[in-house]
Design a protein around this ligand. Structure first.
Ligand code: SAH
Length: 395
């Protein structure tokens, strides 16, 4: 059962400039320029063309980044004429919230509709002092992992840097005043490294401490999850950033990985591990290996043994993800006993391992599930199960 708390079609077009408006009508939202897509240079040029001083750019951006303005209406310390000009030609956000779901455990999920009608998902999870947002990088996914809902219809397009930033800001704006995002995990829809340039541009911006640019988040609190594209991992390693890398391994042997992660046929598990080793050597940052546990497929003792062997000699961490069932797919979550066995075997062999706690099951929180469910109303959502008693999520 999905517990929707709100249906929020926004309508910025109806937002008319405040009193004293000119006769001009605001442009329809679809043809307005997007604040988060514009460079500072473009904004400065626009300000100058409208006869406003350059420092107004910083003020406008601070309203959006720090003071949570989602339109130009609240920017009360800006001259009225500037607010009117802005509202006529610009929009703060390019998406609108098609649905907002909240799970009883406090997890929020937004389904955002982009200007081209494509829908993307992002999630806010609250745990103790952590405020973690999980964001998407593409519409759909081209990797075809057989158990995942995101890739069932392939990939439609990369998200822009603005669309990536926007997910974080929209989720942050759901938090009580004074509260902010503490962690970002790039584990939503899409293959993160297939959209590396836009992703890095968005993350660099979000991590910037400049109040008109970002949230001042440490790069070490950002985790980029990838299916394992070796060239892109190497490129990321040489960018001189501190982002945490998580590689979705899911299988300890080439044969099994070819079955679960079809792109492995072209890439190969060994090449993925070599690239991950390079990432560790270059950045000094330990890599996490994600491993979705699928009942009777990769959760057997021999899989755990083979995994421990594969990772031997590597300073690595394994994050086991008990499968979150996707309606229509034939995979099941392992029994708690099988999960415990798997953990014990890895630990006994010296492998550092945690099990990811499942959050937000009543809102289809696993990547791609909500969008699929809403696009196919006949598809019933997975039956919620209690969260795994074993916790610890992202590092
Ligand atoms: N393309 C990236 C991001 C995918 S989502 C990647 O492959 O890492 C983040 C993680 O969730 C991946 O490890 C992915 O395989 C896993 N995942 C996808 N669907 C899942 C499901 N239904 N249950 C549990 N984990 C899932």
């Amino acid at each position: 059962m999905i517990s929707w708390i709100a249906y929020c079609p926004e309508n910025e077009d109806k937002m008319l400039p405040a009193t004293g408006a000119t006769q001009e009508q605001p442009l329809p939202l679809s043809s307005k320029r997007l604040l988060l897509e514009a460079t500072v240079e473009e904004l400065l040029a626009w300000m100058a063309s409208q006869g406003h001083p350059g420092y107004r750019v910083r003020q406008v951006l601070e309203w959006v980044i720090q003071r949570r303005a989602e339109s130009f209406e609240p920017t009360s310390d800006l001259p009225l004429v500037l607010r009117q000009h802005l509202a006529l030609e610009w929009s703060v956000f390019g998406t609108h919230v098609a649905f907002h779901g909240r799970s009883p455990d406090g997890t929020d999920k937004l389904l955002l509709e982009c200007r081209d009608g494509q829908r993307i998902e992002c999630v806010l999870m609250t745990e103790d002092r952590r405020r973690t947002v999980c964001i998407s990088t593409q519409v759909g996914c081209g990797m075809g992992c057989v158990f995942c809902a995101s890739g069932l219809k392939g990939v439609q397009r990369n998200l822009t840097a603005g669309e990536i930033v926007e997910q974080v800001l929209r989720l942050r704006n759901l938090l009580p005043p004074g509260d902010s995002v503490t962690h970002i995990v790039v584990m939503g829809m899409g293959e993160s490294l297939a959209n590396l340039d836009n992703l890095i541009s968005a993350l660099d911006r979000l991590c910037s401490a400049a109040p008109d640019l970002g949230l001042g988040l440490s790069q070490r609190r950002v985790t980029i999850s990838t299916v394992g594209l070796p060239e892109k991992i190497r490129k990321l390693a040489t960018l001189n950033r501190q982002y945490h890398l998580a590689v979705s391994l899911h299988a300890p042997t080439e044969e099994l990985r070819n079955e679960l992660v079809p792109v492995n046929e072209k890439i190969g598990l060994s090449a993925v591990l070599r690239a991950a080793d390079f990432y560790f050597q270059t950045t000094g940052r330990q890599v996490t290996y994600e491993y979705v546990l699928l009942h009777d497929i990769n959760d057997r003792l021999r899989d755990a043994l083979a995994l421990a062997e594969r990772l031997q000699g590597r300073k690595a961490h394994v994050n086991l993800i008990p499968y979150n069932p996707v309606a229509g797919l034939p995979f099941e979550r392992p029994q708690p006993e099988a999960i415990r066995r798997f953990v014990t075997l890895l630990r006994d062999r010296g492998v550092s391992v945690t099990v990811r706690k499942t959050k937000g099951q009543t809102i289809d929180a696993a990547c791609g599930q909500l969008r699929r469910h809403l696009d196919n109303p006949g598809v019933s959502p997975p039956v919620p199960e209690p969260a795994s008693p074993m916790t610890v999520d992202v590092p």
